[in-house]
Design a protein around this ligand. Structure first.
Ligand code: V47
Ligand code: SF4
Length: 392
C-alpha cells in the first residue's frame, strides 16, 4: 500500500537480472515496455517483483481509489449459433428448449424492477440467437431509454454485433450508428478471448476473428462511444499469445483512445468442452493482472471481475495492478456460475462491496460507466452503511 518511488527504486536496484531491472526502470520513468519484456515478466520474473511494479503503477495512476458501480445484467438468451469450446452457458439452436429466450416485455420487466433504485448501468450480453436480430434490439434499446433515459446501456459483444450487422446486411459503421441512435451507449469487452488465429481455431473457430472484433470497437470509438476489452486467459494459450492479444489492443487504443478498461477473464472449466484443461493458479492470475497493468499503459483502468474470480482473489488483485471491481450485479448473470465460479449467485450490496474494498485498505469510489465519480466512501462508517436501506 502506498508504495513510494524510493521503495520501488530499491526493489528495482536489488533485481539481479539486468533485463528485468531495465523493465523496472522503464516503469518508474513511465516508458512503454515492449512485447519481449512483457513475455520476460511472465516467464522469468518473480511474482513479488512484477506485483510491486504493477502496484506502483496502479498507485501512481489512481492512488488507493478502487472503482465499482451499481449495475445489473440482462442476458436475453443463452441460445447460440456458435459453439465455443470454453462456454458452459450456451445451448445450440437445435437444443433451444433447454435454454431461455426473453421477450422484450420480460426484459422491460427486469428494467422496471429497478425503478427507484440507484443503479446506473444495465449490461446486456448473451448468446447469438438467429431470431433476435438488430431490429429486435433496436426496439429493446428504445424502450429502455424511453422508460429510464439516465440508465447507461452497455451492451452486446462484438460477436453479437458482427452477427446482427451481417444478418441485417449493414456495414459495421451503419449498424453501430443504428444501435447508437436507438440508445446504445457503450460496448462491453466480451468475445475477444485470445486474438491469435491458431488458438481461436481451437476454442472458438466460427465467430468473429481478431480484425473483425477490433474493427467493431474502432467504429464504436469513431462514433464517440467507449468500450472495454477482455482477454480469456489460462487455457491453451501461451504467454506470447497473451502479450500479442494485449499488443493488438494497445495499438488500437493508441489510434482511438476509446477503451476504458482492460479485463483479464480467468478461464473456468466446469461444464464445457474444455473441462480437461486445468484452471490457472492464483499466482498465475495475479501475474496476469500485474503484467496487464504494466503493458497496457494507455488503458486507464484494469478490472477484476469478481463474479468470475471470487471475492477473495478479487481483493488480492487490488495489490497487483487492479483498480476496478465492476459492480453489485444483483445475481443477474449466469455465465460464470455455470462455468464453475465459486460465486453461484453473484450479488453484493453497495455496503458489502465497500466493506470488501476497505478491508484491504483501499478507497471505495462509486463510478458511472464512464468513470465519472458518483461517491467516495472513504469516510463512510461501515456499520451505519450495513444497516441503511440506501446501501443494501
Ligand atoms: O467473451 C465465457 C467469457 C465473456 C467462460 O465489459 C468465460 O465490463 C471464463 O465479456 N470461463 C463475456 N470466461 C463476458 C464479458 C464481460 C464480463 C464482465 C464485464 C465486462 C465489461 C465484460 O465471458 C466471453 C468469454 O470470454 N467466458 N465462458 C468460461 N468458461
Ligand atoms: Fe455463444 Fe458467446 Fe458462448 Fe461463444 S461464448 S458459444 S458466442 S454465448
Amino acid at each position: 500500500m502506498d508504495m513510494s518511488t524510493e521503495q520501488i527504486r530499491e526493489i528495482v536496484s536489488n533485481q539481479q537480472d539486468a533485463k528485468l531491472r531495465r523493465i523496472g526502470e522503464k516503469t518508474i520513468n513511465r516508458e512503454r515496455i515492449f512485447f519481449d519484456e512483457a513475455v520476460l515478466l511472465f516467464e522469468k520474473a518473480g511474482l513479488a517483483f512484477t506485483g510491486a511494479l504493477a502496484n506502483y503503477k496502479r498507485e501512481s495512476m489512481h492512488g488507493n481509489k478502487t472503482y465499482f458501480n451499481r449495475n445489473f445484467h440482462i442476458e436475453p438468451t443463452n441460445v447460440c449459433v456458435f459453439s465455443c469450446a470454453f462456454c458452459s452457458y450456451s445451448r445450440i439452436y437445435a437444443h433451444r428448449d433447454e435454454g431461455w429466450e426473453l421477450s422484450i416485455d420480460q426484459m422491460m420487466n427486469m428494467v422496471k424492477k429497478y425503478d427507484g433504485k440507484p443503479v446506473t448501468e444495465v449490461h446486456i450480453v448473451g448468446g447469438v440467437h438467429p431470431k433476435m436480430n438488430l431490429y429486435f434490439f433496436v426496439e429493446l434499446l428504445q424502450k429502455i431509454k424511453a422508460h429510464r433515459p439516465g440508465l447507461h446501456i452497455k451492451g452486446f459483444t462484438a460477436v453479437e454485433l458482427d452477427y446482427m450487422f451481417r444478418k441485417a446486411k449493414l456495414s459495421v459503421e451503419e449498424g453501430m450508428k443504428t444501435l447508437h441512435d436507438a440508445g446504445l451507449d457503450s460496448l462491453p469487452g466480451g468475445g475477444a478471448e485470445i486474438f491469435d488465429a491458431e488458438i481461436r481455431m481451437q476454442i472458438c473457430e466460427d465467430k468473429v476473428n481478431a480484425d473483425g472484433w477490433l474493427d467493431i470497437h474502432r467504429q464504436a470509438h469513431l462514433l464517440g462511444m467507449h468500450s472495454n476489452a477482455t482477454m480469456l486467459y489460462g487455457h491453451i494459450e501461451n504467454y506470447s499469445h497473451r502479450v500479442d492479444h494485449m499488443e493488438r489492443l494497445r495499438s488500437l487504443q493508441d489510434e482511438t483512445g476509446g477503451f476504458n478498461t482492460f479485463i483479464p477473464l480467468k478461464f473456468r472449466n466446469k461444464g464445457n468442452d474444455m473441462s480437461h484443461v486445468a484452471e490457472s493458479s492464483v499466482i498465475e492470475d495475479m501475474k496476469t493482472y500485474a503484467v496487464s497493468r504494466l503493458f497496457m499503459d494507455n488503458f486507464p483502468h484494469i478490472k477484476a471481475y469478481w463474479p468470475m474470480l471470487g471475492r477473495q482473489s478479487a481483493q488480492l488483485t487490488l495489490s497487483f495492478g487492479v483498480n476496478d471491481l465492476d459492480g453489485t450485479i444483483d445475481d443477474s448473470t449466469k455465465i460464470y456460475s455455470m462455468a464453475g465460479s465459486e460465486e453461484q449467485h453473484p450479488s453484493l450490496s453497495t455496503a458489502e462491496l465497500v466493506a470488501l474494498i476497505k478491508q484491504v485498505k483501499r478507497e471505495p469510489v462509486e463510478r458511472d460507466t464512464l468513470y465519472k465519480e458518483i461517491k467516495n466512501y472513504k469516510d463512510m462508517d461501515l456499520t451505519a452503511m450495513a444497516s441503511s436501506p440506501l446501501y443494501n
